[in-house]
Design a protein around this ligand. Sequence first.
Ligand code: DGJ
Length: 565
Amino acid sequence: MKTIPLSIAGAAILAALPAVAQVNVPEPASIPHLEQRGKATQLIVDGRPYLALAAELANSASSNLEYLEPYWSRLVASHVNTVLVAVSWELMEPEPGKFDFSLVDGVIRDARKHNLHLMLLWFGSWKNSMSTYAPPWVKKDPQRYPLLVDQNGNRLNMMSVFYEANWKADASAYRALMRHLREVDGKDRTVLMMQVENEVGVRGAFRDHAPAAEKALNGPVPKELMDYLAKNRDSLIPEIREQWAANGNKTSGTWREVFGGDRRGDGIFMSWYYARYMDRVAAAGKAEYPIPTFVNAALGDWVGQYSSGAALADTLNVWQAAAPHIDILTPCIYRPVFSEWAALFHRAGNPLFIPETRPDPGYAVWAFGEHALIGFSPFAYERSADGATPLARAYDLLGQLAPLILEGQSKGTIRAAVLVPGKQSASVELSGYTFELKRGRGRGAPPANEQAPGPPAGVPVEQGAFASSTGYAMFISTGPDEFIVMGSGAQITFHPNTPGPKTASISTLEEGRYVDGRWVPGRRLNGDDTSLDYSLVEQARLNQSGQGLRFGNDPSIMHITIYRY
Ligand code: DGJ
């Protein structure tokens, strides 16, 4: 154990909170942390990069350990290695300063029993914008813990970010939680990351109109943000650069002067203050036990669908400037188009982690291969989890491949592609070859019972259709002309894209599994098993009879070596 010096911001926040003794934390190197390894930022657990094949529990599941009990083994059977679990402020601090950690302790004990890791979701001041998980002693006292006020002067059920009493109460509870985690988990490290609050932002208004909010709006944009914009002028994301430029690239002024008074300007204003509030909460926790933190955001195309001030991709820079104690901004992807939302969050140095989405294996594989994804986590998955779901089948193989995937992410020797309705082919380039995926002539969509499942019963379907994937493949380059390919519902052809003989062909093709990191071959594939599902005319045209990889709807892993002639 060692004493970690607090950052200046952290020290200032702690000074404002009730005093504690010495801050003891385990040696930083042994604590789960994020680290840049080659081309990827990775989550390091016990000194090694970690791929989170995760699942998030439905909101109320962790409020009762008996209720949760039967689900643990189902998650294990689904090859999940990490479970995202809510910790509710109201249950943890039923009276001011009196903490009850029995649920947290029970969840940690049961996760350990099942060899699972956890990420805890702090449902503190806000859950889906509203302050429903705040303890009654906070909710019932809006004089002391002020609420957000809308444009008509009505109080909404959202704690206002502009009042010190609010963040101090939240930060003090969160800090107690992190102190407790350090004590009970600093050695075993079952808990890997913390989510601070849940899908924050203003709903039903563009901004807060409480007196302190009005004062802030008419005050100067804080110097920290102006300095950040000036310093990072050339690398700002286009959304922020354009909003700043549209209002004259001013280096000082009120919020309205610098960012304008439209919904984007209001969004930037609210983002800064949500981020500052949450940074204070995160800093108080990190001063006790500095495991990585993330915040999540509901996505949408207009305010109402998303919340103003949320940790959205178009305000990435504002959150980064305001919240140095928050490590990752994450999307909850329930809307089309998955790949576009994912890419928007994997910018400006923000690593990609997806804490909530549908249980679609194609997007999981795609994001692990294309965006150095740290973890994938379908929401309320315990309700549908069993070893036979398409995601469970994929998680089994991703678990076997995890060391190779992590190495591929770091070296840039991994790619992936996904097929979705309306996009029946896709191609990727890797190590001198172009690989092309197709569903294949005449096969159409997989039978309904083999498609990635929709939301489990009782989970609300948000607006906008989520297009389930119909096939996918991940390619890992393991040597010259040698690849490991994992796929499902796709047939794959390939051709060289470097100078030399024009035609590429299968030298050897094996199916197999990884057992304890060692390749255990199954059948040697050849003949019919490498003949693609094209017409003979097409096969002749492509010169590819007997020259492709066929993945059925049950995912599998193949090892291929290629030659050219
Ligand atoms: C997003 C929230 O973050 C979750 O807690 C849950 O309410 C889901 N929406 C429901 O789809």
